[in-house]
Design a protein around this ligand. Structure first.
Ligand code: NAD
Length: 253
């Protein structure tokens, strides 16, 4: 049997990168998947390409109103939400000295407020149904510091704090909440990051990873999918590191 047979999943940041790979994994495993993103053009074409069991809803994860309308729409269409993947995120590379408060607020709004609002929007129905799985995408920078990425790292630490605490708040209901902490994934986010100069981000990062390569989005989607599915029925409040052994002991330099 498919691992997400007949589950209804809402995946944020679904227009590209990891979110798109998670949608594909879930459709292949039998779920009805609603991809959500601020990028409607790419989000819709991704959903069209995944067939009848995928659809798209526009969602700005920083907005309460947007969450209300997206969750109402998915619930109206499918009757419930079994799985929420809080994946939308933005990377911001800037040392704290000289950085802008506006950018700080922007990164916190997407990476930290977004998962908070998402969990708040779906949990009442999940708790009432005594069933549901939430997967929050943190980062390996959510479990250790990274020079030049203090604010990004702080938001990803916050995602773990939210995950652990909310998991306890809803534990008796049977709803599960977990986090995934990826190392570098080969996605547009990294391609667009200003790391490594002319060499490019991927080439600059590879030698630092014990595996000597980046993760594919599909490799990380597999772990997100496991946590979304009943295969992880005794896992909650935990963070799952998917980083090619990077955080197991080596330093960043
Ligand atoms: N790529 C990596 O190396 C890496 C490593 C660790 C963690 N992560 C995390 O994985 C997640 C996905 O990253 P990715 O690499 O696929 O990034 P990406 O930039 O390729 O895709 C992110 C998606 O989020 C969407 N998004 C941004 N702001 C939004 C908002 N306000 N509302 C709704 N959607 C919004 C974008 O439109 C985009 O489609 C992020 O949370 C990121 O922090 C990525």
């Amino acid at each position: 049997m498919a691992r997400l047979e007949s589950k209804v999943a809402l995946v944020t940041g679904a227009a590209r990168g990891l979110g798109a790979a998670v949608c594909e994994w879930m459709v292949n495993e039998g779920a009805m998947v609603v991809g959500a993103d601020i990028n409607s053009a790419d989000g819709k074409s991704l959903a069209d390409g995944l067939g009848d069991r995928a659809s798209f809803v526009e969602l700005d994860v920083t907005s309460e109103l947007s969450w209300d309308s997206a969750v109402s729409e998915v619930t109206r269409q499918f009757g419930r939400i079994d799985v929420l993947v809080n994946n939308a995120g933005v990377l911001w590379i800037a040392p704290v000295i000289g950085s802008s408060l506006d950018d700080y607020h922007r990164v916190v709004a997407v990476n930290q407020t977004g998962p908070y609002l998402g969990m708040r929007a779906v949990l009442p129905a999940m708790v009432e149904a005594k069933s549901g799985s939430i997967v929050n995408v943190s980062s390996m920078n959510g479990i250790r510091g990274m020079p030049g990425e203090a604010v990004y790292s702080a938001t990803k630490h916050a995602v773990i704090g939210l995950t652990r605490s909310v998991a306890l708040e809803v534990a008796e209901s049977g709803v599960r909440v977990n986090a995934v902490c990826p190392g570098p994934i080969d996605t547009p986010m990294l391609e667009e990051a200003d790391i490594g100069g002319e060499e490019g981000t991927a080439e600059a990062l590879k030698p630092l990873v014990p595996f000597k390569r980046l993760a594919t989005p599909a490799e990380v989607a597999e772990v997100v999918g496991f946590l979304a599915s009943d295969a992880s029925s005794y896992c909650s409040g935990a963070e799952f590191v998917v980083d090619g052994a990077w955080t197991s002991g080596l330093s960043f330099s």
